[in-house]
Design a protein around this ligand. Structure first.
Ligand code: C2E
Ligand code: MG
Ligand code: MG
Ligand code: MG
Length: 292
């Protein structure tokens, strides 16, 4: 029976199913400690204007600095935290820290940057989430219109009524919402038309081979055309090459995010980055960026 349960609950890790249940339990306890001890930190990845290379926003990405195991990536612990509910505490910390960090940049007069924060489905659907957002904006002084929340398609599809209510309330606050990993789930195109969202982020799985794969290129073009028709901006994730950059520029994708411009970096390194990134990446780019 316990074995059966273990099998059912193990898929979160995306690892060997034969891993013992105790590992799951152990990580859960360690996460509890991490929350208590404040072992999380944020890295920031720039999102640039496709045409100018100007940094328009940064995405906050959480990391777990484990005392023995070193830096653990979110792909390894967010799914479990979502399952155990621990994501609520982690997510609250992330939202606050991201706005706080950005507010210090603002104080140093760094810009008109927006910050994008990932919000897990559980966090988004929880009663009190809106108040949490308001409190964070209040406490940090970060302007609502410079906060963008990234939600996945799943958030919009389950518990739809409540989700729609929250989306409208966020819009009234001035907070923007982007659909993350667009195309990777079973999204209905109707959501794009009906919901108060401002941006669509095309999933990396469509971008990585966009210069070679006609299907992915066509899907991406379709999303861009449709989003623009509806007045939404499009971000392409996972830009690693100048060829992908050129391809998406030609498709009039508005914004780009990827290792070509910068990996996610700690706040201190973010501060040191130039505000215009393609220039700075020319050195390690394979070829000169076309048209520049
Ligand atoms: P995401 O929101 O789609 O974030 C983008 C991910 O793509 C990040 O991985 C980023 O490092 C990676 N990435 C960016 N550019 C490139 C590229 O050019 N090539 C490749 N190969 N990868 C690139 P990361 O930081 O490991 O985060 C993974 C996922 O974990 C995120 O995907 C998001 O779903 C989740 N996550 C991260 N931070 C948080 C958080 O604070 N709260 C919640 N709920 N989820 C988070
Ligand atoms: Mg994201
Ligand atoms: Mg994403
Ligand atoms: Mg993604």
């Amino acid at each position: 029976e316990a074995k059966q349960q273990g099998r059912n609950t193990w898929h979160w890790h995306g690892e060997d199913v034969s891993s013992p249940m105790s590992e799951h339990v152990e990580m859960r306890l360690e996460l509890q400690e991490a929350i208590r001890e404040g072992q999380f930190l944020l890295h920031y990845q720039p999102i640039v204007d496709t045409r100018t290379g100007r940094v328009r926003s940064v995405e906050a990405l959480v990391r777990w600095q484990h005392p023995d195991k070193g830096m653990i990536s979110p792909g390894l612990f967010i799914p479990l935290a979502e399952q155990t509910g621990q994501i609520v505490a982690i997510g609250r910390w992330v939202l606050h820290q991201a706005c706080q960090d950005m507010a210090t940049l603002l104080a140093e007069d760094a810009t008109d940057l927006q910050v994008a924060v990932n919000i897990s489905p559980l966090q988004f659907r929880r009663a009190g989430f809106l108040e949490e957002v308001e409190q964070v904006l209040d406490a940090t002084g970060w302007p609502a219109h410079r906060l963008e929340l990234e939600v996945t398609e799943g958030v919009l599809m389950s518990g739809t009524d409540r989700a729609i209510e929250v989306l409208h309330a966020l819009r009234r606050l001035g907070v923007q919402v982007a659909i993350d990993d667009f195309g990777s789930g079973f999204s209905s195109l109707r959501y794009l038309r009906q919901l108060p969202i401002s941006k669509v982020k095309v999933d990396r799985s469509f971008i990585h081979d966009i210069t070679r794969n006609g299907d992915n290129a066509a899907i991406t073009q379709g999303v861009i055309t449709m989003a623009h028709h509806l007045g939404l901006k499009v971000v392409a994730e996972g830009i690693e090459t100048v060829e992908q950059h050129a391809n998406l520029r030609q498709r009039e994708c508005d914004l780009l995010q990827g290792f070509l411009f910068s990996r996610p970096v700690p706040l201190e390194r973010l501060k040191a980055l130039p505000t215009c990134l393609p220039e700075s990446t020319r050195d390690h780019a394979a070829a000169p960026t076309p048209g520049r």
